[in-house]
Ligand binder design. Sequence first.
Ligand code: ITT
Length: 190
Amino acid sequence: MNLLICTNNSHKVQEISGFFKGYEIKSFKDLAGFKAPEETSLFFQGNALLKATAGYKASGELSLADDSGLEVYALGLKPGVFSSRYAGENATDMANNEKLLKRLKGEKDRRARFVSVLALVGSKKVLVVTGIVEGVILEEPRGDNGFGYDPLFYIPELDKTMAELTLEEKNRISHRGRALVKLAEKLKSY
Ligand code: ITT
């Protein structure tokens, strides 16, 4: 069975692949000449469906997209769908993290959550699931694993940031991991 993971983010491919043992995995990077669609929706669901639908049209294979982001309560749930572009188009993770720390300077309420919406598009039907993990934004980064805002995202129950977790540990508690568990359940009767 083939699965197209509709992303250009190699970290997402790594995290998602672990849930699809036995599948032949490809991503957008394997589709010659393919250009990922612009993420024009203001909702995770909308962008996940845009990416999964574009992947399915281009490949004809079962296509799974993740649209995800960080929602910070004191910032009115920003950066949200703009998480990867917070410090500008093509911003680096470091620039995004620096902007976040600047925006939260002096802020006492540092609660935040990661949200992942997965959309699966295939010949039979469309599945959409959501996963969430709650945490707190630290004042300084900690840890080298993961990507994006992981070094700033502290999980009190584990006394670790997301970037201090192994891939397996992150998948067990992360927004994406939680959404993938829900998707696996739905896939049983796909
Ligand atoms: P694709 O659109 O190609 O999948 P992307 O990284 O641009 O790749 P999104 O548009 O869904 O993906 O943006 C997600 C951003 O949210 C991501 O770049 C990070 O800044 C942040 N993010 C999402 N999940 C994260 C995670 O597990 N750890 C840290 N940051 C995360």
